[in-house]
Design a protein around this ligand. Structure first.
Ligand code: MN3
Length: 242
């Protein structure tokens, strides 16, 4: 292939109309941004787990991770896509759906929350993690809760005492750190949530997150979970809050 043909194929040389494919594409994207109502968002997708199923052993077992990611999270994604297909909701981002979730069906609330919560959960964990946060996040935690140990105790208590299925969270509510929990797949971004704010980190306390290894011993799961917490990723989420 000669250079001219190569550049043409890449889209940098003009088409018959005088503009290149790249220019045409840029124009199309800009007009989409300015006319958002015409955009159909791509389908929601199950994110790949950023480590192997057995990477969090012995704290979280491989079989639990496999079922939790592939079947549970996979199911939320499939059902969320079904719930929004062919409706106005197809044009909205996941965050937009959650922020106005009171307007939508229970399927959107449960599966949209499930998709957001688990997409966050996988990345705020990792092999050979744990320890403590550092930098601005550590300062904010110490300033709000007194010490890291006190913070850990409060978040663990919120997770242990959530009745039935749900999540315990550290949120930033207008710049103020708060700890709380939500039932089912609810999320602090949702307009229906009692706990409000941006979710900086959260722990899944549904039985499907721990039952194979820990059975009814939720406090033991919570205590071991701290050894897989990925503070670098949580610090990134904290930083996006400004
Ligand atoms: Mn779960």
């Amino acid at each position: 292939m000669d250079r001219k043909k190569f550049l043409y194929t890449l889209g940098f040389l003009p088409l018959a109309g005088g503009i290149s494919k790249v220019e045409a594409l840029t124009k199309k994207i800009n007009s989409s941004i300015n006319n958002r109502s015409k955009i159909i968002m791509p389908k929601f997708e199950l994110p790949k787990l950023p480590y192997s199923f057995d990477a969090l052993e012995p704290h979280i077992d491989a079989r639990t991770m496999e079922i939790h990611h592939d079947k549970h999270h996979g199911g939320y994604v499939t059902n969320l896509n079904k719930a929004v297909e062919g409706t106005e909701m197809e044009k909205l981002s996941l965050e937009e759906l959650l922020k106005n979730v009171s307007k939508y069906s229970a399927a959107v609330r449960n599966n949209g929350g499930g998709h957001y919560n688990h997409s966050m959960f996988w990345v705020i964990m990792g092999p050979k993690k744990g320890g403590k946060p550092s930098g601005a996040l550590a300062d904010a935690i110490n300033g709000t809760f007194g010490s890291f140990e006190k913070f850990k105790e409060l978040l663990s208590a919120a997770a242990a005492s959530r009745f039935g299925s749900g999540w315990a969270w550290l949120v930033s509510n207008n710049g103020k750190l708060e700890i709380g929990s939500t039932p089912n797949q609810d999320n602090p971004l949702m307009d229906v949530s009692e706990l409000k704010g941006f979710p900086i980190m959260g722990i899944d306390v549904w039985e499907h997150a721990y039952y194979l290894k820990y059975q009814n011993r939720r406090p033991e799961y919570i205590s071991n979970w701290w050894d897989v917490v990925n503070w670098d990723e949580i610090a990134k989420r904290f930083k996006t809050m400004g």
